[in-house]
Design a protein around this ligand. Structure first.
Ligand code: ZN
Length: 312
């Protein structure tokens, strides 16, 4: 009997993703308390919510660190992936201390994208904030190692980012994929296409004169809940694969007189982290050498050494 429609995995066209594929989403500037308070069923079903510290206080610093394995973490926990000091999701060869726990994946390369490409991954990226503009020298630094990268030109075009991703994943060659998505709607001025408020002025701005913490909280929350709905199909597409979702940093909303990000205030560093990591790349993408081959290799080396000692 064929499965009922509700039991079938959604089919969105294109290749079936290898379960070792990885979806990595950064919700730019999303505060931990925003994520905790949000009605965001699609994002929250990925796994338990962790309160983590970002590795940087602005986009470039944080993503540069994450792209070499320093993902946000809770330093008080002795749990791999929750605390990258204890065990990393992405462990780069030569990239800092490994910690006592096994990493999710060990990589050899300049960064996560370069390392995963060496394991046969297709690396795709879609980044919304200006640091991901590949036409700028700084933007090239963050985007150069992706096979393909899409920059929409503003921070409120998640729809175009998702349409680009859909086209890329529809390619029959897109099977084992590392997909990075940076979401801009949660970044100030906290706006999504069609939001029932004007995009500007921003209620949060460093040294701004029209700052409003209540409005900042209300708008970022509404943006995140809208984003959650938009991401439903993408998350369903990766339902049998690995997913990491976090913010690259938060924003200060007037705490201690501080606004925005780019400064190391606790509210800037505190970010949400959720993940589902169940299909390590090594289980599929690396061919382990059979034991009998290892044994025969040792036997051959022994025979060679014996042959060297025989009289000729
Ligand atoms: Zn950012």
């Amino acid at each position: 009997m064929p499965p009922r429609a509700a039991e079938r995995a959604p089919v969105l066209g294109g290749a079936v993703l290898d379960p070792t594929s990885i979806l990595f989403i950064t919700l730019d500037s999303c505060r931990y308390d925003t994520f905790a308070a949000a009605s965001a069923p699609n994002l929250k079903q990925i796994g338990p919510l962790h309160r983590a510290d970002a590795p940087g206080n602005f986009t470039f610093a944080s993503h540069s660190a994450m792209f070499v394995g320093f993902t946000p973490g809770d330093a008080t926990r002795r749990e791999a992936y929750v605390n990258p000091k204890y065990g990393k999701i992405f462990r780069m060869q030569g990239g800092g201390s490994a910690g006592p726990a096994e990493p999710f994946v060990s990589l050899n390369g300049r960064n996560v994208m370069d390392g995963l490409k060496r394991l046969g991954y297709l690396t795709l990226g879609a980044g919304a904030v200006g640091w991901f503009n590949p036409t700028t020298p700084t933007g090239r630094t963050l985007t150069l190692d992706f096979d393909r990268f899409f920059f929409p030109g503003n921070m409120h075009s998640l729809g175009r980012q998702l349409a680009w991703i859909d086209r890329e994943l529809s390619d029959p060659g897109a099977k084992r994929v590392f997909l990075f998505l940076n979401v801009g709607e949660t970044h100030l001025p906290y706006y999504y296409e069609g939001a029932p408020w004007p995009r500007l002025p921003s209620p949060c701005l460093a040294f701004g004169t029209q700052n409003d913490a209540v409005e900042s909280r209300r708008r970022q929350l509404a943006c995140l809940e809208w984003v959650d709905g938009q991401l439903a199909a993408l998350l369903a597409r990766f339902q049998h694969a690995n997913v990491v979702i976090c913010a690259d940093h938060g924003d200060a909303w007037g705490e201690d007189g501080v606004w925005e990000h780019g400064v190391s205030h606790p509210k800037v560093l505190e970010v949400p982290l959720v993940f589902r990591l169940t299909q390590p790349p090594t289980s599929h993408s690396r061919q382990r050498r059979p034991l009998w081959r290892k044994a025969s290799g040792r036997l051959n080396r022994t025979l060679v050494r014996l042959a060297d000692r025989l009289p000729t």
